[in-house]
Design a protein around this ligand. Structure first.
Ligand code: SF4
Ligand code: SF4
Ligand code: SF4
Ligand code: FES
Length: 947
């Protein structure tokens, strides 16, 4: 069997629990009602030939290859679309069927190029396989191929080619695009022999296609084929690993030739993605071997000096020497580290361990600080656990889906497809977002309510919804009485019932009509199972933590927690942002969210690590930068983060970094932060190491090494070396040993091990004695903290207000094809879809300023000014503008401010008062940036010349 070609069983259809028995080829077989004859035949050990059926889409019954004979029935029905019935007697292999099948195959082959030996699918083609299965030896109709053989290839997509001459019109691609991806980009145009697959009459690149690859995967022939396979040929072996982009955590087969990736194919048994993918994980992996990768350690005395390549030994010794010198001169707390949400759990665990045990302080933080730290705070306070409550599959049981401050079709595309499937089945949708995001209206999905609130008014909206629930008697009193702290609830009920929290009172603040808020509240509270999914549009605000608690209050008040189909579900951004938080990356917590001041926990770690540990929390990233500007913080080890591009108020970040004496950047590429670095340690991609990632649903999945680290070491090995040079040796032969230590020290991971992950595929924490195979849905029967705690959520407007000088509000977000700071995706063909960040502006605001689509405009806030091109868009509401932050040259964070969440310091990226006007030239910041990049290139060239 070809690599990753899994056994198909025909479509499961609507299988119920009732069992029936039938006879297939003389053998009795018992199957659930709703099972197709094709599936029943497989269960009985009879393989029925097929072409148009595959297990990822509903049966269609077009190819006729799977016909069978059924006693007492006329004709030869298709087994993929005919359901098994009790007592049925089915024959799958008769002489009559064989003849008919050969005839069907003959017709297909007569209109198919006979270039099997040179075809890219050779050896992995279902048409070829089926010709063999039905025993086709000759084709009587001649190979004229007049209908399709001359059809032109469509090579417009950078990642796959459509070669219509090879198409057998099985329609699997069309159905995959509809049923799996939910984009509906493909149709079958024309009739009879003139039929052809069409991307809406356009080339693929100009169509609605989002390059998810579902059609390519579904295609049984070489008609839709990955360009890498066309160029390199079929793979020789494969390994299961996990995507290193977003928090969905899709499982993939990395298909390889030797140590070279040929293609990434989504795993059908991947529990987060069920065989689906998006353009990033499926196709945009070329960055891992991009020529820009730095493969030698480098050091320099001053950041204006050329880099000098050194050996690993020299780089590690130099770094440790500098760190020790600085601690000797400026004190123990003058250095710190930042862990990476791109790296594995094991690597993150080691960085925080090194900081606490080898640096001797708690100055460790992570990029979750700037995205989902309010999630941790808010959910821990109300429920007792800093993580989302459901597994992704729980959405299948949702009747009402609320999407708040999230753009899942762009940022979490595979889960968005799953959610859209549920919406097409009839679940209701409420979207709370300043922009009309794609999920509001897409093919066969239409939000019942879109509440386009003004940025910065989330808490007012959630309070108004809760007010309706309380004042209209929609509270689930029984749930609250049984599951929640009584006194806290009563206080909250009184607070939320106050008139000032009513939709009418808040309408002028939120911009959302009171009637819509009331309708949303009623639907959420009475529409059946209601689930909230949210993103950075919730957390990246001055009241991010308050909003998370507001959503938790609402879920508890309506009993929408602790079962399938409900819950509070953060759509976490980066591949391992959940994991980096779990692993103790915050300055106040050990792994498993236990405070460093807790004597029992500290004693546990001190015993295991053989050092004494600090009981005071260390510095957060923002505190480190402040202290650096003040001159008391002098050295920073940064693993896989680019804070100079990703963190707010770029000027302040730059000043902090420039004030340090030793900045160490460990990364794949010379990123923006590396401009301030004294040491560069080459990092390793996800393909070059073993480990685990934890996705947004707390799912721990294996990352498997498919090629040796290009620079010699995996990231965890570099941390081990540095720690040892700092005087604190670590002894691990393999990342599985780090996981074993994590399990020993972290109650929620107590049952996790590589052996278990290999056996089960993945597990969701808590994974321990009580739940040895993990916990898909949390808080069933009781909250982790005991009783759920309602919190008062007073709406306090942000200090960042629009003024006469800055009358518009800027909000930011991501798009499908690029990823965060773009370090990976900008080094792939994904640039084709998003070459630059643009400013989306409502036609009204544009017209007032004389701005036309495509004009260069200035975007200025009190923090700074940048220029970018305008895109006039009715997705925006008047007075709100929007941009992405994927390109360093844009410098989106030059304009964002220093305001942050009151509880966690998560920056308020989503609300910046700005002015926009036509620009003639690039901003000063961007000119400076260009010069800096030229200088970096010059320094690199000088470094190479000096070699
Ligand atoms: S790549 Fe995805 S979106 Fe594009 S046509 Fe295929 S299934 Fe549809
Ligand atoms: S492109 Fe492939 S999947 Fe689509 S109809 Fe043709 S053969 Fe079938
Ligand atoms: S949805 Fe996320 S995890 Fe899945 S393939 Fe896309 S980027 Fe990777
Ligand atoms: S596989 Fe059943 S009709 Fe094609």
């Amino acid at each position: 069997m070809a690599i990753n070609q899994e056994v198909d069983f025909g479509t499961p259809a609507s299988i119920s629990g009732l069992q029936i028995t039938l006879d297939i080829d003389g053998k009795p077989v018992t199957v659930p009602t709703g099972t197709s004859i094709m599936r029943a035949a497989v269960m009985a050990g009879s393989e029925v030939p097929k072409l148009c059926a595959t297990d990822s889409v509903e049966a269609f019954g077009s190819c006729r290859l799977c016909m069978v004979e059924i006693e007492g029935r006329r004709g030869t029905p298709a087994s993929c679309t005919t359901l098994a019935e009790p007592g049925m007697k089915v024959q799958t292999q008769t002489a009559k069927l064989a003849k008919l099948r050969r005839g069907v195959m003959e017709l297909y082959i007569s209109d198919h190029p006979l270039d099997c030996l040179t075809c890219s699918a050779n050896g992995n083609c279902e048409l070829q396989d089926m010709a063999g299965v039905v025993g086709l030896r000759e084709v009587r109709y001649g190979y004229d191929g007049s209908n399709h053989l001359s059809a032109q290839k469509d090579k417009s997509n950078p990642y796959f080619t459509f070669e219509p001459s090879k198409c057998i019109l099985c329609s699997r691609c069309v159905r995959a695009c509809e049923e799996v991806q939910g984009t509906f980009a493909l149709t079958i145009d024309g009739r009879g022999f003139a039929s052809t697959v069409s991307a809406g009459g356009e080339s693929f690149i100009h169509s609605e296609c989002v390059s998810c690859g579902a059609c390519v995967q579904a295609c049984p022939t070489a008609t839709l084929m990955e360009n890498t396979v066309i160029q390199k040929g079929q793979a020789e072996h494969s390994e299961v690993t996990t995507c290193a982009y977003c928090g969905v955590g899709c499982s993939f087969h990395a298909e390889m030739q030797g140590s070279e990736v040929v293609r990434m194919v989504p795993a059908k048994d991947g529990k987060a993605n069920h065989g689906h993918s998006c353009v990033k994980g499926r196709f945009a992996w070329g960055y891992a071997t991009h020529r820009d990768r730095i493969l030698k350690p480098m050091i320099r005395e001053k950041i204006t000096d050329p880099w000098k390549e050194v050996t690993w030994e020299e780089a590690i010794a130099h770094t440790a020497g500098e760190f020790k010198r600085i601690q000797g001169k400026f004190g123990r707390d003058s250095i710190g580290g930042i862990t990476s949400s791109r790296c594995t759990n094991e690597e993150t665990f080691l960085v925080q361990k090194m900081v606490r045990a080898a640096f001797g302080n708690n100055n460790v933080d992570t990029c979750a600080r700037v995205c989902h730290s309010p999630t941790g705070y808010g959910l821990k306070t109300t429920f007792g656990t800093s993580a989302g409550t459901q597994d992704f599959d729980s959405v299948d049981a949702s009747d009402v889906i609320v999407v708040i401050g999230a753009n899942p079709t762009d940022a979490h595309p595979v889960f968005a497809s799953h959610m859209k499937r549920r919406l097409r089945e009839g679940a209701k949708l409420i979207v709370i977002d300043p922009r009309r995001t794609d999920i509001v209206k897409s093919p066969h999905v239409h939000a019942q309510l879109h509440l386009p609130l003004l940025p910065g008014t989330n808490v007012a909206v959630i309070n108004a919804i809760a007010h309706v629930v309380v004042s209209e008697g929609l509270v689930d009193e029984a749930f609250v009485a049984e599951r929640c702290e009584k006194e806290a609830f009563e206080q909250w009920r009184k607070f939320i019932a106050e008139d000032r929290n009513s939709p009418e009172a808040l309408e002028s603040i939120t911009g959302v009509p009171a009637a819509d808020i009331r309708a949303a509240a009623r639907l959420y509270a009475t529409g059946g199972n209601a689930a909230i999914y949210y993103g950075l549009g919730v957390t990246e605000h001055s009241q991010g933590s308050t909003m998370v608690m507001g959503m938790a209050n609402l879920a508890m008040a309506t009993g929408n927690i602790g079962k399938r189909g409900v819950g509070i579900n953060p759509l976490r951004g980066q591949n391992n942002v959940q994991g980096s938080c779990d692993m103790g990356s915050f300055p106040h917590e050990f792994s498993g969210y236990r405070h460093v001041s807790d004597d029992v926990t500290r004693a546990l770690f001190e015993g295991a690590w053989g050092v004494s540990l600090q009981s005071e929390p260390g510095l957060r990233i923002s505190n480190m930068l402040d202290a650096a500007v003040e001159g008391t913080f002098k050295a920073l080890y940064i693993q896989g983060e680019d804070i100079a591009q990703s963190d707010p108020n770029t000027q302040h970040v730059s000043a902090g970094l420039a004030g340090m004496e030793c900045v160490v950047v460990q990364d794949l590429f010379l990123n923006e932060t590396a401009s301030f670095a004294h040491v560069f340690l080459p990092g390793s991609s996800f393909l070059e190491k073993d480990g685990t990632f934890t996705n947004a649903e707390r799912r721990i999945s294996r990352v498997r090494k498919v090629m040796p680290p290009k620079a010699g070491y995996a990231d965890w090995e570099i941390t081990v070396k540095l720690s040892e040079a700092m005087g604190y040796p670590m002894h691990y032969a393999h990342p599985s040993e780090i996981m074993d230590e994590i399990a020993r020290l972290t109650p929620t991971f107590a049952g996790a091990s590589y052996e278990k992950l290999d056996r089960l595929g993945s597990v969701q924490w808590p994974c321990n004695e009580k739940a040895p195979e993990g916990t898909p849905v949390m808080h069933i029967g009781g909250f982790v903290r005991g009783k759920g705690k309602f919190m008062l959520t007073e709406f306090i407007p942000t200090d960042e207000r629009s003024t006469d000088r800055y009358p518009l509000i800027l909000t930011t977000g991501r798009i499908l094809s690029q990823y965060n700071v773009g370090a990976q995706t900008r080094r792939t063909a994904n640039n084709l879809w998003h070459e630059e960040d643009v400013l989306e502006i409502h036609p009204f605001d544009a017209e007032n300023r004389g701005i036309r689509d495509g004009d260069l405009v200035s975007l200025a806030s009190r923090a700074g000014e940048i220029t970018l091109h305008a895109r006039i868009s009715e997705r925006m509401q008047p007075s709100v503008v929007y941009t992405t932050f994927h390109h360093a040259l844009t410098g989106a964070n030059v304009v964002t401010t220093e305001y942050s969440d009151w509880a966690t310091s998560c920056p308020e990226y989503k609300v910046t008062a700005v002015q926009v006007h036509l620009a003639k030239h690039m901003s000063e910041w961007q000119k400076h940036y260009r010069e800096k990049r030229h200088a970096t290139t010059r320094i690199l060239n000088e470094s190479s010349a000096a070699k």
